[in-house]
Design a protein around this ligand. Structure first.
Ligand SMILES: *[C@@H]1O[C@H](CO)[C@@H](O)[C@H](O)[C@H]1NC(C)=O
Ligand SMILES: *[C@@H]1O[C@H](CO)[C@@H](O)[C@H](O)[C@H]1NC(C)=O
Ligand SMILES: *[C@@H]1O[C@H](CO)[C@@H](O)[C@H](O)[C@H]1NC(C)=O
Ligand SMILES: *[C@@H]1O[C@H](CO)[C@@H](O)[C@H](O)[C@H]1NC(C)=O
Ligand SMILES: *[C@@H]1O[C@H](CO)[C@@H](O)[C@H](O)[C@H]1NC(C)=O
Ligand SMILES: *[C@@H]1O[C@H](CO)[C@@H](O)[C@H](O)[C@H]1NC(C)=O
Ligand SMILES: *[C@@H]1O[C@H](CO)[C@@H](O)[C@H](O)[C@H]1NC(C)=O
Ligand SMILES: *[C@@H]1O[C@H](CO)[C@@H](O)[C@H](O)[C@H]1NC(C)=O
Ligand SMILES: *[C@@H]1O[C@H](CO)[C@@H](O)[C@H](O)[C@H]1NC(C)=O
Ligand SMILES: *[C@@H]1O[C@H](CO)[C@@H](O)[C@H](O)[C@H]1NC(C)=O
Length: 430
C-alpha cells in the first residue's frame, strides 16, 4: 500500500525535478533557461509528461542543442508560438542528428505518433548559414567540406550530415499549421513513412546572406508516405518546392507560392537497380511558380546494364499525376518530364527506363518561361514509351514571344494541345 502510494507520486517527483517544465492540467509549458543554455532536455521532458492527450507549450525563445526524438505521442497538441532555434554546433549535430534510411537524411527533430496537431504561428530557425559557410576540412578535421560532400542526387553525407529541421516520421493523422521555417541546412520538411499528414499556411524561407549558396533546401520531401496534403503556403528556396520521392501516393498540393525553386518534382526515381519506386495519385492545383528552374517536373533514371547500378535501372511506376492551374513566371522549363534523367543518351537508348510513366495530365499550365532554354517551354522526353499523357489549356510563351515544345516517345502526342518537335540528343541532368 505504502509502496504503490509512493509510485503514484513518482511522476510529480520527475516533474518537480524539471522546474523549467510547468505542468498545469494537461499543459506542459517549457520555460527557457536563457543565456544560450540548451533547452532541449526540458523540451523532451515536456513531451514525455504530455505524451498522451496533453499540450506542449513552446511560447518563448528556445535554444536547442539536443536532438529531439519525440515518439509514441498520442492525441498531442504542440502550441509553438515562440521560436525554436537549433544551435550552429556542427560538431554536435552532424554526428548526433537522427539518421534515417534515405539519402543519408538526418534530422534535428523526429516527430512521431498518432493524432498530433502543431500550431501557434511560431518559428523553427535551423541556423543554416553556418552550414553553407562551413569552409573546408581544416576547420573541423573529422568533417568533410560541404561542397565536396553534399551527397549524390540531392542527398546529404554521412560525414557532414546536414539535418532536416522537422521530420514527421512513422506518424499518422498529423496537422501542422502556421509554422515559419528559416535557414534549413538541408530539406525543410521530411515526411517519412507516415500517413494522413497535412501542412497548411506554412512559411518557408531558405536564403543565404553570404556568397555561399544554400544546399538541397527542398520545401518538402515525401518518402514511403500516403494521404499527404500541403496547402496555402509560401516557399522561398533554391531547390525543389515539393519533391515526391519513392513510394509517395495519394497527395494533394494546392495554393502554393514558390519562389527560386527547382519546381514541383516527382523523383528522381529509378536510381537503384533492383528497387521498385512508386509515385501515384498526385493532384497539384493552384501553383504560382516564380524564378525557378522547373515548373511541373517528373524525373526518372534510364535503365542500366549493371544489375547493381546506383545510377539507373530501377523499376516501378509514375501514374495518375495531375498539374492544374499552374502559373509560371521566369521558369526555365515550365513543363519538364525526363525518363533518361542523369543517364548517358547512348546507354538510355540501349537500356530504356523500366519505370513506366502514364496517366499524367497538364491542365491550364500558363505563363512565361525564363528564356534560359531559348524558346523551349515544354520538354517531354521518354526513353521507353510514356502513355496517356495529356495537356489542355496550355498557354506558355518564352520571352521572345514564341514557344517550342519538345516531345519524344509520347504515345499520346495527339492528346497534347501543342505541336511537338523532336529534341536534339542530349544527356539531361538538370
Ligand atoms: C551518403 O554518405 C556517403 C558518405 O559520406 C556518401 O559517399 C554518399 O554519396 C551519400 N549518399 C547520398 C545519397 O548522398
Ligand atoms: C520508424 O519505423 C521503423 C519501422 O517500423 C523502425 O525500424 C524505426 O526504428 C522507426 N524510427 C524511429 C526513429 O522510431
Ligand atoms: C487525418 O488526420 C486528421 C487530423 O490531423 C483527422 O482529423 C482526420 O480525421 C484524419 N483522416 C482520416 C481519414 O483518418
Ligand atoms: C514569412 O516569414 C518571413 C520571415 O522569415 C517574413 O518576412 C514574411 O513576411 C512571412 N511571409 C508570410 C506570407 O507570412
Ligand atoms: C524571389 O527569389 C528571388 C531570387 O530568385 C529573390 O531575388 C526575391 O527577393 C524573392 N522574392 C521574394 C518575394 O522573396
Ligand atoms: C515501394 O512499394 C513497393 C510495393 O509495395 C515495394 O515493393 C518497394 O520495395 C517499395 N520501395 C521503397 C523504396 O520503399
Ligand atoms: C488520382 O489521384 C487523385 C489525387 O490523389 C485521386 O483523387 C484520384 O482518385 C486518383 N484516381 C484514380 C483513378 O485512382
Ligand atoms: C552485384 O552484387 C552482388 C552482391 O554484392 C555480387 O555478388 C555480384 O557479383 C554483383 N554483380 C555485378 C555484375 O557486379
Ligand atoms: C494566354 O496568356 C496571355 C498572357 O497571360 C493572355 O493574354 C491570353 O489571353 C491567354 N490566352 C488564352 C487563350 O487564354
Ligand atoms: C539521336 O539518337 C538516336 C538514338 O540513339 C539516333 O538514332 C539518332 O541518329 C541520333 N540523332 C542525332 C542527330 O545524333
Amino acid at each position: 500500500m505504502r509502496f504503490s502510494a509512493l509510485l503514484a507520486f513518482l511522476p510529480v517527483v520527475i516533474a518537480a525535478s524539471s522546474p523549467n517544465v510547468k505542468v498545469q492540467g494537461n499543459r506542459c509549458t517549457v520555460v527557457p533557461l536563457g543565456g544560450g543554455q540548451d533547452d532541449g532536455p526540458n523540451i523532451l521532458s515536456a513531451f514525455a509528461q504530455c505524451a498522451s492527450g496533453g499540450t506542449v507549450v513552446l511560447d518563448k525563445y528556445y535554444v536547442v542543442n539536443t536532438v529531439l526524438v519525440t515518439t509514441g505521442l498520442k492525441d498531442v497538441g504542440i502550441e509553438l508560438s515562440g521560436t525554436v532555434q537549433y544551435t550552429p554546433n556542427i560538431a554536435y549535430w552532424s554526428p548526433n542528428s537522427l539518421f534515417m534510411s534515405f539519402q543519408n537524411a538526418t534530422t534535428y527533430w523526429f516527430l512521431s505518433g498518432d493524432n498530433i496537431h502543431l500550431y501557434g504561428g511560431g518559428t523553427l530557425d535551423a541556423n543554416g548559414q553556418v552550414w553553407w559557410d562551413y569552409p573546408n576540412k581544416a576547420r573541423l578535421s573529422s568533417l568533410e567540406c560541404i561542397k565536396c560532400t553534399v551527397g549524390t542526387a540531392g542527398g546529404s553525407s554521412r560525414t557532414f550530415a546536414r539535418p532536416v529541421p522537422l521530420t514527421v516520421g512513422n506518424a499518422s493523422n498529423v496537422l501542422i499549421e502556421e509554422l515559419t521555417e528559416i535557414g534549413s541546412p538541408f530539406w525543410n520538411n521530411f515526411v517519412y513513412q507516415s500517413t494522413n499528414v497535412t501542412y497548411r499556411k506554412m512559411n518557408i524561407s531558405t536564403t543565404s546572406y553570404s556568397s555561399n549558396p544554400t544546399a538541397n533546401s527542398d520545401g518538402w520531401d515525401i518518402y514511403r508516405s500516403s494521404y499527404i496534403t500541403i496547402e496555402d503556403s509560401t516557399i522561398n528556396n533554391d531547390d525543389d518546392c515539393v519533391s515526391f520521392k519513392p513510394n509517395t501516393t495519394n497527395v494533394v498540393i494546392s495554393n502554393l507560392y514558390c519562389n527560386g525553386s527547382h519546381g514541383i518534382s516527382v523523383g528522381s526515381l529509378g536510381q537503384y537497380a533492383g528497387e521498385t519506386d512508386i509515385v501515384a495519385n498526385v493532384y497539384v492545383n493552384g501553383i504560382s511558380m516564380n524564378n525557378a528552374q522547373n515548373g511541373a517536373r517528373i524525373k526518372v533514371f534510364g535503365g542500366s546494364p549493371d544489375p547493381n547500378s546506383s545510377a539507373g535501372g530501377g523499376t516501378g511506376y509514375v501514374q495518375n499525376i495531375t498539374f492544374e492551374n499552374f502559373y509560371v513566371n521566369n521558369v526555365d522549363y515550365p513543363i519538364y518530364l525526363n525518363q533518361c534523367y542523369d543517364t548517358d543518351a547512348d546507354i538510355c537508348a540501349e537500356y530504356p527506363s523500366k519505370l513506366t510513366i502514364s496517366d499524367v495530365h497538364y491542365i491550364n499550365v500558363h505563363g512565361m518561361s525564363s528564356g534560359n532554354e531559348g524558346d523551349v517551354v515544354v520538354d517531354l522526353e521518354c526513353s521507353s514509351e510514356c502513355y496517356d499523357i495529356t495537356a489542355t489549356g496550355t498557354n506558355l510563351t518564352s520571352p521572345s514571344g514564341t514557344a517550342v515544345y519538345y516531345c519524344e516517345n509520347i504515345a499520346t502526342e495527339s492528346e497534347l494541345d501543342f505541336t511537338c518537335t523532336m529534341p536534339p540528343n542530349t544527356t539531361s541532368s538538370s
